[in-house]
Design a protein around this ligand. Structure first.
Ligand code: SF4
Length: 338
């Protein structure tokens, strides 16, 4: 049965019209789902009993509890959710002082096959509908205390643009969560058609997975470089203003002896010199069977300091949830089952 969670106001209006109800009922339903966070259609008590029965005959609310929860020693929690195509996905709650960030998944697995990523090794088994993406946000125990959402979980969000955009609309619209787009970051490896739309139509922050300033090296880490070279991605980004409200950051995983030396730091500065941005340096979490060495923690510091000296805001991102396979590059529902 189709879910109500994940429907935009326009889609809910189409639903109520198809059931012979007045348009204002759509707004009441949106209010129950996204603001009052109701647990069932029966709980929508300002809808008449007849309307609730009608809705129940054709739709389910679509709220679904997680099936497994793993807690890291650092406070990070990973949740496993069943999804409507029969698969499973993971999302990760990362507490940090006043901030509580949820890292959500946008696909079941991923087809992009980045060398350093466990989700890529799992393969792709389906797009997540908006309802399954939003359910992660609505059904974690911390739901009402979340301060930030990052689309950095399983899958490539800009390979699922139509469903992603519905979720972003619901998160930021007055009828939905009414969040500022500044609380949301969409992370991509650079799927150009989706990126063009995201830049033009949305206002949320952007994170780009870069990992090497050299195209041939980047290609050996990320097959996407062949279809959508980083030079074209940067060209597109330069058309927009990232100096005020909206932020672009570049994610850079450091691999020992591969991309962590001064030559790479210099090339990175040249590549990004005319883009107001920040760079997040990320520790590589080694994967079995992948010939990529992690960098020494000490090597990250001079790399960061060089970028900072050159005027690029650069941080070494703390690794969170490594002990429960929740850290960057480690999400996989196969791993979760183990
Ligand atoms: S890094 Fe992102 S895009 Fe690449 S395989 Fe993993 S989930 Fe997919």
């Amino acid at each position: 049965m189709e879910s109500l969670i994940g429907k935009t106001l326009d889609e809910l209006t189409a639903v109520v019209r198809s059931l012979g109800m007045k348009d204002f009922v759509a707004r009441q339903i949106a209010d129950w789902i996204y603001q009052k966070r109701v647990g069932s259609i029966d709980g929508m008590t300002n809808l008449s009993l007849a309307h609730r029965k009608q809705l129940q005959a054709h739709y389910q609310l679509g709220k679904c509890a997680f099936s497994l929860q793993q807690q890291s020693t650092d406070g990070t929690v990973k949740y496993l959710f069943p999804v409507s195509n029969g698969g499973q996905i993971e999302c990760v709650m990362i507490p940090d002082k006043e901030r509580i960030t949820l890292c959500v998944s946008s696909q079941v697995g991923c087809k992009m096959n980045c060398l350093f990523c466990m989700t890529g090794k799992q393969g792709f088994s389906g797009q997540l509908p908006a309802g399954d993406i939003l359910n992660q946000i609505l059904s974690v125990p911390e739901s009402e205390r979340l301060t930030n959402i990052v689309f950095m979980g399983m899958g490539e969000p800009l390979d699922n643009v139509s469903e992603l955009f519905k979720v972003l609309e619901i998160l930021t619209a007055g009828y939905g969560f009414a969040w500022s787009p500044k609380r949301i970051t969409v992370s991509t490896i650079g799927v150009l058609p989706g990126l063009r739309r995201f830049l033009a139509e949305r206002q949320e922050h952007l994170a780009i997975s870069l990992h090497s300033p050299y195209p041939d090296e980047r290609l050996s880490l990320m097959p996407i470089e062949k279809a959508y070279p980083i030079a074209e991605i940067l060209q597109e980004i330069r058309k927009y203003d990232f100096s005020h409200q909206r932020r672009v950051s570049f994610e850079y995983i450091l691999f020992g002896g591969i991309n962590d030396d001064r030559r790479h730091a210099e090339a990175l500065c040249r590549l990004l010199k005319d883009i107001p941005c920040r760079v997040n340096l990320i520790k590589y979490h080694a994967l079995p069977g992948v010939d990529l060495p992690p960098t020494d923690a000490e090597a990250m510091v001079p790399f960061r300091d060089y970028l900072t000296e050159k005027g690029i805001t650069c941080t070494i991102r703390a690794s969170r949830g490594e002990d429960i396979l929740a850290a960057c590059g480690l999400l996989s529902t196969r791993a979760a089952k183990r």
